[in-house]
Design a protein. Structure first.
Length: 163
């Protein structure tokens, strides 16, 4: 069978933090605030996979009240979720990622994020799509106060392993 999942996340842009998107460190004067490394892309991907599996959300599995996740590399959350996917007899089919950022301009680094996600997910890059939108200068994203991300994922799952 196939199952679909969606993930969404937003983090605030602040000074004094690195900007990490989809595992790629992006040169910028600000970074995303969060308990972990605040990789808004990997959080959204993780949530989308958990959603497809019917396993709740990233906060259920990696609560931001847990000191072990302080400044954690979000690749750890994704890797653990991919193990859950595998145990459930699931495989990723494709992924569509939409980033929302007024700054920095993400057009030039979309392909780097795509390549990073393909590697982290062990998928051919042709099954990973990354789109970049601005905030049209309105709202918290348009004012450059935050970066948001939305992800849709499709998985195939062996029927006998689903609950
Ligand atoms: Mg997050």
């Amino acid at each position: 069978m196939v199952r679909v999942g969606s993930g969404h996340d937003t983090h605030r842009l602040v000074e004094g933090r690195p900007l990490i998107l989809g595992g790629v460190t992006v040169p910028h004067s600000k970074g995303l605030h969060g308990h972990s490394d605040a990789d808004v892309v990997l959080h959204s991907v993780t949530d989308a996979i958990l959603g497809a599996l019917g396993l709740g959300d990233i906060g259920d599995h990696f609560p931001d009240t847990d000191p072990q996740w302080k400044d954690a590399n979000s690749q750890v959350f994704l890797a653990d979720t991919l193990r859950k996917l595998n145990l459930a007899g699931g495989r990723l089919v494709n992924l569509d990622v939409t980033l929302f950022a007024q700054e920095p301009k993400l057009g030039p680094i979309k392909q780097a994020i795509r390549a990073s996600l393909a590697t982290l997910l062990n998928l051919d890059a042709s099954f990973v799509n990354v789109k970049a939108k601005t905030g049209e200068k309105v709202g918290h994203i348009g004012r450059g106060e935050a970066i948001g991300c939305h992800v849709v994922v499709l998985i195939e799952q062996d029927a006998h392993k689903s609950e």
